[in-house]
Write a new protein. Sequence first.
Length: 388
Amino acid sequence: MAQKDFQLNIPADISEQLQLNKDTPVRLVVKRDRLVVQLEEPRRQFFQHQSLLWPLATALIISLLFYGYGIHQGLHTLKLVGNYSLATAIIILGVIMGAILFAGFFIHDRHNPQNHFTKNIYWRNFPVIVLSFTLILGLILTGSMWLLGMLFNGANFGLATASIILFAFSSVTNTAMSYFALMIDASVLSTVLTLVIISGVVIAMAVNNQKYWWQHNLSFLGTTGASSGGWQFNATLIFSALLMIALIDYLFVSLQESFPRSRRLWVLRGLLTLTAVDLGLVGVFPNNANSHALHDHFAVFLVYLIIALIVGVRWLLPQITRDFLLLSDGVGIALVVAALLFQVFGYFSLTAFEMIGFVISFGWLLMLLDRVEVLIATGTAGWIKQPE
């Protein structure tokens, strides 16, 4: 005897939240003995539709223009790395086209009703998001070209071969940037924030390795005494602050749908925004002689803001879990212990204390933002019932 198919009804409130209609493609998937209802979102079908043509077409056009420019300049061979090399072309053209495609796909997807991220992003935060992904792309391409230069030391290519290699790299970078423009959400933005601040600080440390920066303090990386005037470290702080503001804006704008006119959330948003602004001001006013006092004031105020967040989160964040409260208490105790080991017992150096305090505080802030994102992700709940 053949079994009849079951029919499942999606509750009206969930259907309204997801803006479903009769033409919305939906499929049922069994994962680990669980039934999962998946929406076939257009932005998740990137590799199955004509969206893929744009990255490939632009890569082909750039490669042909590069080949034509090489013929016009009388170039027959190109070095892999160095000045006026293939690596230079891959980095510059890859970053420019990647940024343009990312911005284009991001703006276009704002009209997608199923993309809840882009519609809750203020236009003032749009340049920061584009620059963040462009910066990461530039770092990846630069690192890749450096590695290839080490592996193929002294390599040269003919103009046609170089153009084909440029097409291959451009296809990958253009496709990746277009894809991330459609897939970006709060989790991705948090990851980008982490990558930006870690890569920026590590690069500043590496550049100042011969300066023995650790014998001074962490703020030395942003002073005029550091290599290149310390701009890498200061730019990292400023850029991270702008990214953090963009993430805070999105999270709390989205959260207003579930918790409208919540004064507690307004206070929490204000404290987080002040923390981000203060972090940026630490970079705007580096620890130089002419701005030493301002730098210290903003650095100390940043500590006060972190303490206020740790203490106040139990009253300001709705539906806070006991585990997160215990974690927050542990972070506060760890910061106090680190301060005692530095100021009272002299066990920690200033650099060690700053690095430990920064890592603990920044990690806790990311987890706090993740908790806010969980509140958004909870959304509308309902039961799927079998019709009689």
